[in-house]
Design a protein around this ligand. Structure first.
Ligand code: ADP
Ligand code: ADP
Length: 230
């Protein structure tokens, strides 16, 4: 049973700035990891390296058994098996919710339109907004848009989902509707790595909480350990 993600001694520089310092982290299949830590500690850089939105300078990333090398076949594994949800929803504003959701399955998976639509509706139901399918992103609340972004990722049926502060751009009253969807995903056994400051979420779903500071992982523990005073 291979690991979903294996990061070994990863180093990432932005010019002179050493953003990741020899970071190693293994994520098992089905595991739910929450990454927390102060602003600027390298959390976002770490998960952006996992799907190669950022290139690292040294170290290894193995994703579902594929070594990630620039231009190598591992990049296909990233594109087809890793879903990512960002702080900002990144929906296409001139396309309806449904069109946003069927685009990648049709282009990348070559699904016939009818199948892509059926799949999109299934995942829009799963994030509890099937009735918004024909609206445009601008007509939805932030919480609804983020749930669409989650559904859109799920339409690719990725084996790994990465979340980068998915609730930090939302008004407070919309945070829980997004977290609830993420909790349901976690309960379904989705492998996920989440950068978030939402400790109630971490306590509920994380198998492991990883604490970063200054480009390093300084602590890793199960939530029970983290949240219990010594
Ligand atoms: P540390 O703080 O651990 O000493 P630094 O941030 O000073 O690490 O970086 C170590 C050195 O590596 C710096 O001189 C930095 O400029 C240099 N460096 C910069 N970019 C790269 C790169 N792409 N690959 C390797 N080393 C780099
Ligand atoms: P976190 O997600 O924990 O807030 P980041 O991974 O975003 O931290 O950033 C880690 C460090 O790298 C920060 O000091 C940040 O300023 C720097 N950094 C991030 N992205 C860039 C970039 N594109 N260019 C230069 N520095 C960057």
């Amino acid at each position: 049973n291979e690991n979903a993600i294996e990061v070994r001694r990863l180093n990432k520089y932005y010019q002179q700035h050493h953003a990741l310092r020899d970071v190693s982290l293994s994520v098992r299949n089905g595991e739910r990891i929450v990454i927390c830590g102060p602003s600027g500690s390298g959390k976002s850089t770490l998960i952006r390296c996992m799907n190669q939105l950022e290139k690292h300078q040294s170290g290894d990333i193995v994703l579902l058994g594929n070594h990630i090398v620039e231009g190598g076949s591992g990049m296909d594994a990233i594109r087809s098996e890793v879903g990512m949800v960002f702080q900002h929803f990144n929906l296409f504003p001139h396309m309806t919710i449904l069109e946003n959701c069927i685009l990648a399955p049709m282009l990348v998976r070559k699904l016939p339109r009818a199948e892509a639509v059926e799949r999109a509706m299934m995942f829009l139901e799963r994030v509890h907004i099937p009735e918004q399918a024909d609206k445009y992103p601008g007509e939805l609340s932030g919480g609804q848009q983020q749930r669409v972004a989650i559904a859109r990722s799920l339409c690719m049926m990725p084996r790994i989902m990465l979340f980068d502060e998915p609730t930090s751009a939302l008004d407070p009253e919309m945070i829980s509707e997004v977290l609830d969807v993420m909790i349901e995903l976690a309960m379904d056994g989705q492998t996920m790595v989440c950068v978030t400051h939402e400790m109630s979420f971490a306590r509920k779903v994380a198998d492991r909480i990883v604490f970063m500071d200054k480009g390093q992982i300084i602590e890793e523990a199960e939530p029970g350990v983290f949240f219990t005073a010594p």
